[in-house]
Write a protein that binds this ligand. Sequence first.
Ligand code: R5P
Length: 294
Amino acid sequence: MLITYGSSSEALARSVAKESNIPIVETARRFFPDGEQYVQISGDLSGEDVVLIHSFALSPDTLLVEYLLLVDAIKSGGCRSLTAVIPYFAYLRQDSRFKPGEPLSAKVFASLVEFPRVDRIITIDAHLHRFRTLSELFHTPSLNLSAMPLLADYYQKNFGNNNIVVVGPDAESEQWAKVVAERLSSPYIIMEKVRLGDREVSVRGNASVKDKNVVLVDDIISTGMTLVKVIRMLLAEGANRVDALVTHALLVEDSYQKLKGAGLGNLISTDTVPGQHSKVSVAPLISRAIKNLP
Ligand code: R5P
């Protein structure tokens, strides 16, 4: 087996290679003067089971083209199988035609990812809401791993599990909040969110969190406005402290400052999207999954 990577996940791929003791194959990417991309993979792939690790965070369209080029390059090297590990899968929140004239973006993006025919697709905490399973999105065999147990364990190790209430900001967050609550032996509450615009949401619900240490749980922080609204509400209800566990911290623009301004304590995320809050690595999760491949 060999591990290789796209430009968005080089550090994570190196961690997975180290963790699993599987050799890494280097890739290079550059842009032509007109903005088109060039990729190259080095090494002999013939007869190998190759694992390509590449997230689609923050510039998904460009990263998708890089992925398509890499898959073609890898397959032309005569590998035995190709597994695409996409730690952050983009476009999944657009999982409905919310207004007339809109595309079903989640399905379109997923179709493009499986168009060059890889043997399997692995992702982490995919935003599954209206599509409830990956098999509703892909024909390719697929696996959705969760970083929530790792995030919960990190939290418990560093902050304990005393007097905690886990809070999920919206209906779809229940799948993640439940796992964290179980791991921290704590109760959980799920709020109701209505999205009013790209940077505007309203949140309501029964937040009985007086004097509690709240652990907010979500899959993604993008503009931060979902969690800003919830943090303000929880602190107004008398929460003692509000920390957040999030798998994919996209943290666009000045979202982190907004979260701190609202009163957020600690933000803990993973390296599916590398950044200063990626305290938890998903490398062990990916290593285990690829070592158990059929
Ligand atoms: C959507 O329901 C997701 O689970 C997140 O709650 C959402 O993407 C967060 O977006 P933002 O940070 O822009 O509010």
